[in-house]
Write a protein that binds this ligand. Structure first.
Ligand SMILES: Nc1ncnc2c1ncn2[C@@H]1O[C@H](COP(=O)(O)OP(=O)(O)OP(=O)(O)O)[C@@H](O)[C@H]1O
Ligand SMILES: [Mg+2]
Length: 807
């Protein structure tokens, strides 16, 4: 790990952002007064990588990163490690309760070609964030925090940690520095490889055991068998042809036997239709029945004709019916006319009465009117009397009134008015009744006159009895004609049935003839050529059938004899085939080919061909197995060898023995190298050595006759010398990948001569240009000899850094 850029912002005593550039320096000093912030810069390197700082004590105590008055801060660093470039950033905040927490932490691999000032932006790949950053930083530096602070950063006041460390602790550090744990991993891997190789060998042996039959002897036997089978296949063609000929003989014999059997079936199936024996008599009876019924129909048709003639002679029913109806109408009209005459007479009579009543009413009215006029006059006269004066002219007669007449008071005129109104009303009603009676009398008289004239216009009436007798005679004749018609219909239906019966019998006969002909035709086809069925005699169906059945019985007997003879021939053909096939099967069996007893020639041929193919592929398989067996033997040898090598390796590395040996060797080299440096620094007084029993580092004091004592007994300055010698040896001789070392103080304990030696040693180390050396010192004599100085100062605004004094 070699820092290139370190950025601090509100970290520790630094209150303003500052970037320290280490990129162009191999050897530098951090100088400045007490409390200026020198150690804080070294802390920042540590904090950037591991998130903690040695002087805080407890790991992870991030609270100390920020000064109490600061709310947020940040540390970032660009560094190289093992040929790659990295950027690490940690930012902290203080929350409302005053607790400090990490706000952001990240570690990225950076592009080494990018300019340093832009390095943080040139991210090649992110490596870790948050809590994972410390573990990843450990991977990148190759050192745990506890070892980083022993051999990269030697913190102020704690530089002797490695010198005083327990042997076990030192061993752990060396294991990390030397990556010595790789040997344990190699051992474990070797043990696994041995196990795998043994399993492989065992598996291969199992496989080989399964191939025990794959021998050269087996291959020779199989090759011979294949050759024998091929010879058999080449020579069995003639045998198969013979078998095929035998099979053909059998097929022919089977066909012949089947033909005879077919003939037997045809003969056995021959049956005379059941109706044949009675068909002739049935036909005759049907013909007779038709004849009789036809005669009946003819006779009944004549009867029907006669009945219809008689009916026609009686004439139509219409005329007598119309005459009867006219008679009925006349009688109704006469009744009506009589009724009308009576009504007219009674109406005339009523009119006379009404006219009398009207005249009386009129008379009464005139009387009432007159009486009322008189009464009115009387009232007028009585009224006038009152105005008359004797001597004055009378207004009625114009004569002077002589004496005033005396008038009785007249009756009340209102009674006369009522009597007059009653008379008027009665006269009115009498007038209306008379007018109504007049209308009714006139109407009845007119109707009576009309009916009379209608009656007079009618033709002379017929004789009712005579008309009714005519209609009865027609009805009788009609009934007789209907009966005759029904009888004809019934006879015709019977005739129809008889004819259809006759047709049915005729069809049966026809069908029986056809059956006979068809049976005869089949017999002609299936029958023996030398004994055809008898010729057909067309006249008599029954006889024809009988003759054919008689012939059938003879032919059936001949067919039975023929069938026995064909079966014997077939048995002989089959026996010949079985004998020939048996002989061939024996030959095949001699070659290990077993065919079914009734195998066909093609099957036998196929069996032999299949046996050849099987033997062929078995031979191929065997050859393949022999090849595989050889491979397996080679594999077993190889795997056993591999297992042996892995076993040896694991044995050599067992129980960390090699790791311990390696670390012990490294420690011896380290102590020897440090011893040389210490001798130089102490001007020949001290050397270092390892205690045999405890493994502690001891000093050999040549001031005390080379006696050994514990390193813990050294003075402060001597301890620093010894620790520095060890740190330089670690950095230089043992772990070349530790490409930087930072020493914080301790130089103040050295006398000028020793300081000079230390300075020279550091300069020599820096001149090698393999590692960066940073020292923190108050000692001007040392500081002046360092080529690059970072002057750290502190004022009210916090710490500041300035690069100065480049020689
Ligand atoms: N977490 C912190 N917050 C605030 N101030 C701090 C913190 N840690 C240290 N300081 C102060 O910062 C100042 C610088 O400390 P630092 O240890 O860097 O000084 P120095 O330059 O190394 O001094 P010396 O020469 O005495 O070793 C000191 O005053 C110290 O008390
Ligand atoms: Mg300090």
């Amino acid at each position: 790990m070699r820092p290139l850029l370190l950025h601090l912002d509100h970290f520790g005593s630094f209150r303003e952002p500052v970037t320290v550039d280490f990129s162009d320096t191999e050897y530098f000093a951090l100088v400045g007064p007490t409390g200026a912030g020198k150690s804080t810069i070294i802390d920042a390197i540590c904090f950037a990588l591991y998130g903690t700082v040695p002087r805080w004590g407890r790991e992870g105590a991030v609270a100390h990163a920020l000064a109490p008055s600061v709310t947020a801060g940040k540390v970032a660093m660009v560094f190289d490690s093992d040929g790659r470039r990295y950027g690490v950033v940690r930012a902290m905040v203080r929350d409302a309760k005053g607790a400090v927490r990490t706000k952001e932490a990240r570690l990225d691999e950076l592009d080494p070609a990018a300019p340093l000032q832009e390095a943080f932006e040139a991210v090649v790949r992110p490596l870790a964030e948050g809590e994972n950053v410390t573990a990843e930083a450990q991977q990148v530096t190759g050192l745990e925090y506890r070892f980083f602070t022993q051999c990269v950063v030697l913190p102020q006041g704690r530089f002797a940690e490695f010198l005083h460390a327990a042997p076990r602790e030192r061993q752990d550090l060396l294991v990390q520095l030397l990556d010595a744990d790789v040997y344990e991993r190699i051992r474990q891997r070797a043990a696994r490889d041995e196990e795998t190789a043994r399993q492989d060998a065992s598996f291969a042996r199992d496989q080989l055991a399964k191939l025990s039959g794959a021998t050269a002897e087996a291959e020779r036997e199989l090759t011979e068998r294949l050759a024998a089978l091929r010879r058999l296949a080449g020579t069995m063609g003639a045998d198969l042809d013979l078998l095929r000929a035998r099979e053909s003989d059998i097929r022919l014999a089977e066909q012949e036997r089947a033909a005879v059997a077919e003939r037997q079936t045809v003969l056995a199936e021959l049956r005379m239709p059941a109706a044949v024996p009675t068909l002739a008599s049935a036909r005759r009876a049907a013909a007779e029945s038709v004849e009789t019924l036809a005669a009946d129909v003819a006779r009944l048709e004549a009867d029907e004709h006669e009945a219809y003639e008689a009916l026609t002679a009686l004439g139509d029913r219409g005329a007598p019916r119309a005459a009867l109806a006219a008679l009925d109408a006349r009688e109704r009209l006469e009744t009506e006319a009589a009724r009308a005459r009576a009504a007219a007479a009674s109406a005339a009579e009523a009119l006379d009465g009404a006219a009398g009543e009207q005249a009386a009413a009129e008379q009464a009215l005139a009387t009432a009117e007159e009486q009322r006029e008189r009464l009115r006059d009387a009232h007028a006269a009585a009224h006038l009397v009152n105005r008359l004066e004797v001597g004055l002219p009378c207004p009625v007669c114009r004569h002077p009134v002589a004496e005033l007449p005396r008038h009785e008071p007249p009756a009340d005129v209102r009674a006369a008015d009522r009597a007059l109104a009653g008379a008027r009303d009665r006269a009115q009603r009498a007038r209306a009744a008379c007018a109504k009676a007049e209308t009714s009398a006139s109407m009845h008289a007119t109707q009576a006159t009309r009916l009379e004239s209608e009656l007079a216009a009618l033709p002379a009436p017929g004789d009712r009895a005579e008309l009714e007798a005519r209609l009865a005679a027609i009805a009788k004749a009609d009934e007789l004609a209907a009966q005759a018609r029904d009888a004809v219909r019934a006879a015709r239906a019977a005739l129809e049935r008889a004819r259809s019966e006759a047709d049915k019998v005729a069809r049966q006969a026809e069908s029986a003839w056809r059956a006979l002909e068809a049976a005869r035709d089949r017999l002609l086809v299936a029958g023996a050529q030398d004994d055809p069925p008898p010729p057909l005699v067309r006249e008599d169906l029954h006889r024809a059938w009988t003759e054919l059945l008689a012939w059938r019985d003879r032919a059936a007997q001949a067919a039975r004899a023929a069938l026995a003879e064909r079966e014997e021939r077939l048995d002989q053909a089959r026996a010949r085939l079985a004998a020939d096939r048996g002989r061939l099967a024996e030959r095949l069996a001699e070659h290990g080919v077993h065919a079914p007893r009734d195998a066909s020639p093609d099957q036998l041929g196929a069996e032999v061909a299949a046996a050849v193919a099987r033997a062929d592929s078995a031979l191929d398989r065997l050859k393949e197995e022999r090849r595989r067996a050889a491979d397996l033997e080679n594999r077993i040898t190889m795997k056993e060898h591999e297992a042996k090598v892995a076993h040896e390796l694991a044995l050599r590395l067992r129980a960390n023995a090699f790791e311990r040996w390696l670390c012990a060797e490294a420690l011896a080299v380290l102590v020897a190298s440090a011893s040389d440096t210490l001798r130089e620094l102490s001007d020949g007084q001290y050397e270092l050595a390892l205690a045999d029993k405890t493994g502690d580092i001891e000093v050999i004091d040549y001031g005390e006759a080379g006696m050994r004592r514990s390193a813990r007994t050294l003075s402060g300055g001597e301890t620093f010398q010894a620790a520095l010698a060890l740190a330089l040896a670690l950095s230089g001789a043992v772990a070349r990948r530790l490409d930087s070392i930072f020493l914080d103080e301790g130089f103040g304990t050295l006398d000028p001569a020793t300081l000079d030696t230390v300075a020279t040693t550091l300069e020599r180390l820096a001149a090698g240009q393999e590692r960066m050396i940073g020292v923190v010192t108050h000692v001007p004599a040392l500081a002046e000899r360092v080529p690059v100085r970072f002057e750290v100062t502190r004022d009210g605004k916090g710490s500041h850094v300035r690069k100065a004094g480049i020689r």
